[in-house]
Design a protein around this ligand. Structure first.
Ligand code: SAH
Length: 364
């Protein structure tokens, strides 16, 4: 019924009526970042009372270990001015824990300016509140391209998964982009564009070109990957952590989550979080083409182990024995393999200036 539609659904229907069916990527972009009704624009979705929980919200250990990683600054020759950039910083928890832990790194605090790339006014407010006491300068931007050039360390946790994905489905006459349209029943529905995508097969990874009819392929624009590679190829390093696959594959992974449960991505647009697996191979390839050196991807478990999570958990337990069970639980959740743990599903990819050699956590 019309009165039950979310305000964004009304807007999306209007756009489809005017311009025709929209790509899945355009739909996802509107759902997440529409300037008035977008999911991230209207709320703080994180935490137990929100829709999902992320690694830095599970335990301070996660951000603290990222704080160990950013000591890569020393490998960069300890530049006097360094931009510490976080893409999609959520509540600012990771940055807060990381900077606290990185206080022990020589003159690092005196050298850094923090740049936060965030489109959500609500989350920006939360970041301001949490980070103001740290005594470091902080600037906000709506895109990485706005961050001034120069030596840079870039961090992104669960950011790429929120960037829009396109989907195409293979038919006898070629690959057709999947679109959101209005079905004869009046509901929003997934359809396919009438004409096949020109020359699409040639852009696919070689192993996927013989895919059977009905196969779905998903991809993201490479704008962000190219920009990260361009930024770090001289005097820079980036650490990207997200859930996804290390190698190319077929199949759709777009999912909607609200109140910690999966829902239909077409229901109540703007009210659920939409994400899709990160294709780490594609990300690495784009960043490498433009000159970044690739490290990994490795599992989140291996990264956190390599950065010393077991020792950190032990130290925390010695300091606060009453929290031992909670700390063990967080450690397990962050590093466990299998569907309930984040250790294997989540992966870490680093992209850096090739002069830097091996990076913390990626030594093996
Ligand atoms: N890194 C945080 C939050 C992950 S949620 C954590 O681990 O807890 C995704 C974050 O990316 C949110 O801060 C969201 O507002 C931001 N975001 C999503 N799409 C964005 C875009 N296109 N540009 C900038 N920020 C975006």
């Amino acid at each position: 019924m019309a009165e039950e539609r979310s305000p964004l659904e009304t807007e999306i229907r209007r756009l489809i009526a005017v311009a025709g069916p929209m790509s899945i990527a355009e739909y996802m972009r509107l759902c997440l970042t529409h300037p008035q009704y977008g999911y991230y624009v209207t709320r703080d979705p994180l935490g137990a009372h929100g829709d999902f929980v992320t690694a830095p919200e599970i335990s301070q250990m996660f951000g603290e270990l990222i704080g160990v990683w950013v000591a890569v600054w020393q490998q960069m020759g300890s530049p006097e001015n360094v931009r510490v950039v976080e893409l999609g910083p959520g509540r600012g928890t990771l940055m807060s824990d990381a900077l606290r832990a990185a206080k022990v790194v020589g003159d690092f605090h005196a050298a850094l300016v923090v740049h936060l790339v965030e489109i959500s006014p609500k989350l920006q407010q939360a970041q301001e509140q949490l980070l103001e006491g740290l005594g470091v300068p902080i600037l906000w931007h709506s895109a990485l391209a706005e961050v001034p050039s120069g030596p840079v360390i870039i961090i992104a946790n669960e950011f790429i998964d929120a960037l829009p994905v396109h989907q195409a489905v293979k038919r006898a006459d070629g690959w057709h982009e999947r679109v959101v349209e209005i079905a004869p029943s009046g509901e929003l529905a997934i359809g396919i564009a009438r004409d096949p995508l020109p020359h699409f097969e040639a852009t696919l990874p070689r192993g996927l070109r013989q895919a059977p009819e009905g196969s779905v392929y998903e991809w993201r624009s490479d704008t962000v990957a190219l920009e990260i590679g361009r930024r770090v190829r001289t005097d820079g390093a980036a650490l990207i952590i997200d859930y996804g696959h290390a190698w190319y594959g077929l199949g759709e992974t777009l999912q909607a989550v609200a109140g910690h449960s999966f829902t239909d991505p077409l229901r109540a647009p703007g009210e659920a979080d939409l994400t899709a697996h990160v294709d780490f191979a594609a990300l690495a390839q784009s960043a490498q083409i433009i000159g970044g050196r690739i490290h990994g991807p490795i599992s989140q478990r291996d990264l956190l182990r390599g950065l010393g999570i077991d020792k950190r958990a032990a130290a925390l337990k010695t300091r606060a024995p009453e929290r031992a069970a909670e700390i063990d639980q967080a450690l397990a959740r962050l590093t466990a393999t299998g569907p309930r743990g984040m250790g294997e599903l989540f992966k870490a990819l680093a992209i850096a200036d090739s002069k830097l050699g091996k990076l913390p956590g990626f030594e093996t």
